[in-house]
Ligand binder design. Structure first.
Ligand code: ADP
Ligand SMILES: O=P(O)(O)O[C@H]1O[C@H](CO)[C@@H](O[C@H]2O[C@H](CO)[C@@H](O)[C@H](O)[C@H]2O)[C@H](O)[C@H]1O
Length: 470
């Protein structure tokens, strides 16, 4: 049984701001109410699914919570307790995503395709969901919470809920059905019935293959940069002549394979969702929007202003192109942290798009080279990450390291583009106007993202812009 509503909402309002995934940390919670409460398991422990309506600054966001209820709380769950111990006067409450005794209920319900209150649990046709696995939450800094079920599944529980079908579910289901092997296969999902007739269900969770042998692209790339930075320079001052292929941990072959996998996923996305042509007039409007974002970001982050002229020139070139532009569904927030290298090749994750964009902006068709530009930005980031983390590179400093970073980025950017074009994607070298505009657009987004979320990282996009616009 849940405690009285007023106690529960007070406890939740106190607890939410301390959660990594809570998106409203920059302001107070004006009001918190319980939108839906669904008992998924009775007894002790009990499991309730809650949708919380959280009002801040005149806007309401919805969050989901698996609420565990126990008479006695074992030590292993103390760190996720919600509210205070009342000395036995009422049961203890906690975040049940951390309780494998309760999360098993999700697998059972997906295996049975159960409908419980407004919740529907689903599995893909013909899938046999294993229900004998205990869960472990991934502890990485994430905006959602993912549970690992043994080595078999990863279940991503979306914390802040968006209206309608989640993009990750939509894209992964379509690509899985189309036989694309560069995304983790989907096994099941959880959804909330729409509040209004005719509306789409709201996706609550997604159960996919857990690629337990995978290593993420960012870690692999950083290992390669570290190796290159530590590579001794044999010919006195001739360091500027060296290219990054000299180091043992060269990443270029992987970058090339990643480019090929990206082109194959773009082809699969085009097959699944179609391709349309944006007329030239609309391309001009896109270029104008890029410039508006640039102006707004320069106001917020003055360090961007010295690059504004070069960026505006690239947007004007795009506007002057006077050609229709083919567009399709794309990844939308493509970077090295979104790809996993397994023994079978590269796998792409997280098709949810840029977190700061609206759902319809994220679903909108775009030119596939936008993703290519996103990944090129990521090579720039990887190349400079160790430089901004002062003290991690013992050998050289300042301009010399920047030269090394530049040569690593150039080598891997070229390899990625080569792999992309060779596998049938549009050749980035033949579309320099698009590539410049898309890469600058992404860099502006990054400047804004870093200024808001990770100010210590702001020099990374700014330094790389200095190189790209020189
Ligand atoms: N299918 C998977 N197999 C293995 N690891 C995964 C899988 N999906 C996600 N991960 C790991 O979880 C991390 C976060 O996943 P992601 O989908 O990007 O979540 P979020 O939207 O919360 O950032 C990834 O960087 C990756 O390391
Ligand atoms: O992965 P998310 O969907 O949360 O994407 C956001 O955060 C990313 C950082 O985690 C951010 O990516 C930027 O930093 C990366 C290194 O940490 C780098 O590889 C990317 O190229 C760079 O854009 C992403 O932009 C943001 O939307």
């Amino acid at each position: 049984m849940l405690p009285p509503g007023s106690d529960l909402t007070r406890d939740l309002a106190e607890w939410l701001p301390s959660q990594r995934w809570f998106g409203g940390k920059d302001g107070p919670i004006d009001e918190l109410s319980i939108g839906t409460a669904t008992e998924l398991r009775s007894g002790d422990p009990a499991l309730h699914h809650l949708v919380l309506d959280v009002r801040q600054n005149g806007l309401t966001d919805r969050y989901q919570l698996l609420l565990g209820v126990r008479r006695y709380l074992p030590d292993r769950l103390r760190h996720v307790e919600i509210g205070r111990d009342s000395g036995g006067a009422r049961p203890r409450l906690y975040d049940a995503a951390h309780d494998p005794d309760l999360t098993r209920t999700l697998l059972d319900a997906m295996a049975d395709e159960a409908s419980i209150g407004p919740l529907r649990f689903r599995h893909v046709a013909g899938a046999r969901i294993r229900t004998d696995l205990a869960s472990l939450p991934i502890t990485a800094e994430q905006s959602n919470t993912s549970l690992l079920f043994g080595d078999a599944y990863i279940c991503k529980l979306f914390r802040r809920l968006s209206d309608g079908v989640n993009l990750d579910l939509e894209v992964n289901l379509a690509l899985t059905h189309g036989g694309c092997t560069h995304v983790p296969a989907v096994h099941g999902w959880i959804e909330l019935e729409p509040g209004e007739p005719g509306a789409e269900p709201v996706t609550l969770g997604l159960l996919s293959d857990y690629l337990h042998t995978g290593a993420d692209g960012w870690s692999l790339a950083i290992a390669s940069v570290r190796d290159w930075f530590a590579y001794p320079l044999p010919y006195g001052d001739e360091w500027a002549e060296l290219d990054a292929s000299a180091a043992g941990g060269d990443f270029a072959a992987e970058a090339e394979r990643l480019g090929a996998a990206t082109a194959q996923v773009h082809r699969a996305l085009a097959d699944a969702f179609g391709v349309t042509l944006v007329p030239a007039a609309e391309v001009r409007a896109i270029a104008a929007r890029m410039n508006t974002e640039l102006t707004a970001t320069c106001r917020a982050v003055p360090g961007l202003a010295p690059h504004a002229k070069a960026l505006t020139a690239a947007y004007l070139d795009l506007a002057a192109r006077a050609e229709p532009m083919p567009v399709q569904r794309v990844h939308g927030d493509y970077h090295l942290g979104q790809v996993l290298r397994t023994e079978y090749g590269w796998t792409l994750l997280d098709f949810e798009g840029e977190p700061a964009r609206t759902q319809s902006e994220r679903r909108a068709f775009a030119h596939p080279l936008r993703d290519v530009a996103g990944m090129l930005r990521s090579f720039e980031y990887a190349a400079r990450f160790l430089i901004t983390k002062a003290g991690t590179v013992p050998t050289e400093s300042g301009p010399r390291l920047e030269t090394r970073a530049h040569s690593w980025a150039a080598r891997n950017r070229a390899a990625f583009c080569r792999g992309y074009a060779a596998a049938g994607g549009a050749d980035p070298a033949a579309h320099s106007v698009l590539m410049h505009a898309f890469e600058f657009e992404k860099a502006v987004y990054e400047v804004r993202y870093e200024a808001r979320n990770r100010p210590a990282w702001l020099p990374v996009p700014l330094t790389s812009l200095a190189h790209l616009t020189a």
